[in-house]
Design a protein around this ligand. Structure first.
Ligand SMILES: [Zn+2]
Length: 260
């Protein structure tokens, strides 16, 4: 029963606590209604599971031999295993099935288990307001790694103390330098060494901005510099074009002389 319950609530466990409890309550309501319907439709004296076991036992009873003791009530038998004389029982047919079967398997017990019902509840908007200040949610800090969904089995599942386990080297975090977790699962703060190292790397762009004002240029100066660069480029281009034209003219004169 508890294992069935654990398996059924897996899909609700990841929800926020009130939603989770509400879903579990509805699940129990549905399950109890279903069981009550099953009981109403069932006609046997003992529960279906116990009855199935009894049917299997009946099928296997061909290995037993019944000997009537000729009592006037035609009820008493000595029942013996056909291959073993050590296995023999006294059977009285006047005793009903109920007397042979433990009361925990009876239909009455089954009915009593599902007799109590879960009371229905109103929605959250119809709850009585207390007027007190609402409780604020705690500050949220996102932890490392994927959120846990599995049930913790440390306490209730017994483990073999003689079984040797695989041994791994103890891991150390590259962020906070603490042992037992790595960067992915780190929730801690950065250690002093790392902080100092990070601070050193962080100051380099700050130093650049704090340069003396002489080496830094204002907007106008920058514009002038750009213009002068542009003029220089244009001048270079002009010289290049002139040189190319001169070369072309010389080639043309050579060609003309060749034809002449
Ligand atoms: Zn860490």
């Amino acid at each position: 029963m508890s294992e069935q319950f654990n398996a059924a609530i897996v899909k609700y466990r990841a929800r926020p606590i009130i939603n989770m409890l509400e879903e579990i309550r509805l699940y129990l309501m549905r399950k109890m209604n279903y069981s009550r319907n099953q009981i109403a439709r069932y006609r046997g004296p003992i529960t279906p599971t116990a009855q199935s076991k009894l049917e299997i036992a009946k099928r296997d009873s061909h290995k037993w031999h019944a000997l009537w003791v000729e009592d006037p009530e035609l009820a008493r038998f000595q029942v013996q295993h056909i291959y073993s004389n050590n296995h023999q029982h006294v059977v009285d047919l006047k005793m009903s099935t109920k007397k042979h079967v433990n009361p925990c398997y009876s239909k009455e017990t089954w009915e009593r288990i599902y007799a109590p019902y879960i009371t229905p509840l109103r929605g959250e908007d119809q709850w009585i307001k207390s007027g007190a200040e609402p409780v604020k949610a705690p500050r949220f800090a996102k932890g490392g790694g994927r959120p846990k969904k599995k049930r913790s089995k440390a306490n209730d599942v017994p483990q073999n103390p003689y079984k040797s386990k695989r041994k791994y080297k103890e891991i150390q975090c590259g962020r906070c330098s603490e042992k037992g977790h790595n960067v992915k699962r780190c929730n801690g703060t950065i250690s002093n060494d790392k902080q100092r190292k990070k601070a050193r790397t962080d100051t380099s762009p700050q130093n650049a901005s704090a340069l003396p004002s002489k080496t830094r240029l204002t907007g106008e100066e920058l514009q002038c510099a750009h213009l002068s660069m542009l003029c220089l480029c244009k001048f270079k281009l002009l010289i290049f074009v002139v040189l190319v034209l001169l070369n072309f003219a010389r080639n043309v004169t050579i060609d003309v002389s060749a034809f002449g």
